[in-house]
Design a protein around this ligand. Structure first.
Ligand SMILES: [Zn+2]
Length: 209
């Protein structure tokens, strides 16, 4: 396959892995979260697959813009009239300073600069999502393990390298990923970086079932 970047004569940044975690119910417009690995060395998480009126598209990871309460310094979503922590009023002027003329309440965390590379990412992600759907429909849970590992193509090092008390089945993997992504959503209005998340093993050991 010739990628868009190769056509441009630019050294290609290769998408080497796409992981899919389903999100929401069938009615939701948000269909999945994906992590995309570039050149086997850089991962962008929290890329969303969304169903729009013209079909599926991807949205790059973003964070909500926040404004600090002048009274208690708590971070509130921009355009809040009152602080969610102390109830004090927040002057709209403070939000306008944060927004700086941006029309959206979200700011991209990472995004492609070139349109053709955006399309390349989108093609890979949507392919992976459709493969994921096919495999989910085609196989009973007992059969998922082999198919899922071939889909992922590589064992996740953090699972393979660290001593685990018991091997985890494929269903647990899926639920584990959902939980992790849910926490991504939960921290959406925070500016904390990913280091603030507990390690995945902790998520798992807190008990999902
Ligand atoms: Zn406050």
């Amino acid at each position: 396959m010739t990628t868009a970047s190769q056509k441009k004569g630019r050294p290609p940044l290769e998408i080497t892995e796409v992981r899919v975690s389903p999100a929401g119910s069938k009615e939701d417009k948000l269909k999945a979260f994906c992590s995309v690995t570039f050149d086997q060395c850089f991962v962008v998480r929290d890329i969303r697959v969304i169903e729009g009126s013209k079909g599926l598209f991807i949205a790059m990871p973003s964070r909500k813009l926040t404004v600090r309460c002048p009274g208690c310094n708590f971070k509130n979503v921009v355009r809040s009239n009152y602080c969610n922590q102390c109830g004090g009023s927040i002057d709209r002027y403070l939000s306008e300073q944060v927004e700086q003329g941006r029309s959206k309440l979200h700011a991209d965390v990472a995004h492609p600069i070139l349109t053709e590379f955006r399309e390349e990412i989108q093609d890979h992600v949507l392919d992976a999502y459709e493969n994921f759907l096919d495999e989910s429909e085609e196989y009973e849970p007992v059969g998922i393990k082999e198919e899922k590992s071939s889909f992922i193509r590589e064992a996740e090092p953090e699972f393979a390298d660290r001593g685990k008390p018991a091997p985890r089945g494929p269903l647990e993997d899926i639920q584990h990923e959902e939980k992790t992504e849910a926490e991504f959503l939960g921290k959406d209005n925070s500016e904390e970086e990913e280091e603030a998340l507990p390690p995945p093993e902790d998520n798992f050991s807190t008990g999902i079932f």
